[in-house]
Write a protein that binds this ligand. Sequence first.
Ligand code: GDP
Ligand code: MG
Length: 599
Amino acid sequence: MKQEFIRNFAIISHIDHGKSTLSDRLMEATKTVSDREKAPQLLDSMGVEQAHGVTVKSRTVQNHYLGNDGHEYQLNLIDTPGHVDFNYEVTKSLSATDGVILLVDATQGVQAQTVANWRLAHDLGLPILPVLNKIDSASAQIEETEQQIIDLDPSLAAQEIYHVSAKTGLGISELLEAIVHELPAPTGDEKAPLKALVFDSEYDAFKGVIAQVRVIDGSLTKGNSLVLMANGQKLLAKEVGVYRPDRVPADGLGAGEVGYVVTGIKDPKQVTVGDTLTSQQAPTKAPLPGYQKSQPVVYAGIYPVGDYKVLQEALQKLALNDTSLVLTDDQSEAMGPGFRAGFLGIFHLQIIKERLETEFGVEVVVTAPNVSYKVQVAQKGKEIETVIVNNPTRFPEFSQVLAVEEPMVQATITTPNESVNALMKLADDYRGEFADMGNQGDYVRLVYKMPLSEIAYDFFNQLKSISHGYASFSTAAIGYQEADLVKVDVQINYATVDALSFVIHRSRVEEQTQKLVHELKMTVPRRLYPMPVQAVVEGRVVARVDVPPLRKNVAVNGSSYSISKKQALLRRQSANKRQAAQSDIELPQAVFNTLLSLN
Ligand code: GDP
Ligand code: MG
C-alpha cells in the first residue's frame, strides 16, 4: 500500500474511558470483524483484562477504510496498555505510531492517566487528535471536558475536538474521516534498505517468537534473511503478515506498514523489543534509537499452595509472553520451594497472581514485595564486598552490615493547584526530598527525589485519591543512595518465619512493627495454646503480641448448634490439634497481605 493511504495510530485514555469499546466500534465500522464475530471487547482477550477491564498486552489491528474521497485507507490501530505500571509498554507501542487519539470520557473529564498518557505522546512529538467519548450519557459534560483538554494542552485549542459515543456508534464515521485527514501518513524511504522497529513480541508454542514490527524504510518479504541489529541474531522470515485482528499471512510488508514476522527463534530473550530488524544482504546503516530495557522494580516470592510442578509450568508459560517478568528459583524454610519474581510494579504483580489463578487454576501465596538493595558487607578476614539483595531473607547478618544503599528515583508529580499542599505532605511522608517546583499551564509540577521502595507500593493510589484522580506521576531511576535501613524478622512461636522478613527505614521501625504484630494477631491461624508473635530488629525484640488460643470445645458449649454441626466442629478441632503438633505453621495469604497494608 502507498504510504499516503496508511495511518498508524493508537488510542490513549484513562482506564474505563472507552478505549476498548471504541476499538471494537472502529473494527466494526471498517468491517474488520463481521457481525457474527462480534463479541464485547475483542481486543481484551486475556481473562485478566476482561476482569480488570484493563488492557495488559498490546495488540495491533489492520483495518481497511473506504474514505469519502474514494480512496481505500489502511488504518493500523495499535493498542496500548492502560496502566502506569506499563508505561514502558505504552512508550514501546506509541513509538510505532504516527499519531494518537486522546480519548476522554465526557462524564469523567481529564483524569490522571489521561495526563500521563498525553505526556508520553507529547514527549514523543506525536500529533494528537482529541476525542470526547460517552456523549450519549446524560451526565456528559461536554464544554467542561473540552476546556480541561485545552488546559492540559493549549496547542489543542486550535483543533476540532471530536464527539463520539463508542457505545452507540454516534460520531464514528466523522472520526474515521478525521483519522484520515488529521493524522499524518508515514514518510519512510521505500527504496532504502529495510529498517523495521520491533515494538512487541509474542510467543507461540508452535511458531516460536513472533515479532510485531513497524516497517520504517524499505520492505520485508517472506523468506528474507534478516538480522536483529542489537545482538546480531540472524533469522529467516518464515511467515510475514498482519493482524485482522487474528494473524493473517501476507506476501510482505511495505514501508509504513505494521504487522508480524514469524522468526523461528525459540528463545524469547533473543528478540528484544526496541531492536531494529534489517536485511542480512543489504543492512541499513544505523539502527533506530533503542529503548531502555525494562528492569524489574519490585520483587516478591511466589509459593504454591498445591503442587510445585504445576506452578513452575504455569509461570514459565507466563514468562514466555511477558519478558518483563523475571523469574529465579527460590527455597524458603517456611514455604518450601518456590520462585523469586521481579515485576514492573505492584499492578504487574497483581496481574500475574490473578492470571495464575484464573488462567491456570494455580493457587499461590505471594510474599510482601520489596525493591533491591546494595549492602556493603564486612566479614572477618575478608575484603569488604557489596552484595545486591532482592530478597530480605538473604539480607546479611546485621553485625556484618557496613552500609545499605537503596534505589532512588526522581519523581515528577503534575497536579492541579488545589492538591499541591496535600501532595507535598504525602511526598514528605514517603521520605521524599523536595527538588524543584514550577508551573505548567494550569498545573503545578513538583519534583522530588524519593526512595523507590516508598513509591513502589501504594504511593500512586494515595496520589490519585488525594488529587481526586487529577495528579499524574512519572519517575526516572537516579541510582542508589545510602540510607539507615534495617531488616525486620518476624517470629511466630519463637521461630523466625523467613518469608515474612522485610526491610524498612529505622525511623519507621517502632510504628510499623507495632502495627504489624497487632494485625498479625488477627491473621495468624490460632492454636490451642497462646502463641507469641514478635518482630525482631538487630537481635532485639521490638514488638510483641500473643495470638490468643482457640477456645476449647466451643461446639459443645454452644447450645444453638445442631448435632451434626457440633460433630463437624469437633472434628475440625482435633484436626487443629494434629496441626499444632507439627512445628510449622501454615501461613495463609492474609498473613502476607498484612505486610502489604503497612504504611
Ligand atoms: P477502557 O478501559 O478505556 O478500555 O474502557 P472500556 O471500553 O472497557 O469501557 C469502560 C466502560 O464504559 C464500559 O462499561 C463501556 O460499556 C462503557 N462505555 C464505553 N464507551 C461508552 C459510551 O460511548 N457511552 C457509554 N454510555 N458508555 C460507554
Ligand atoms: Mg480496555
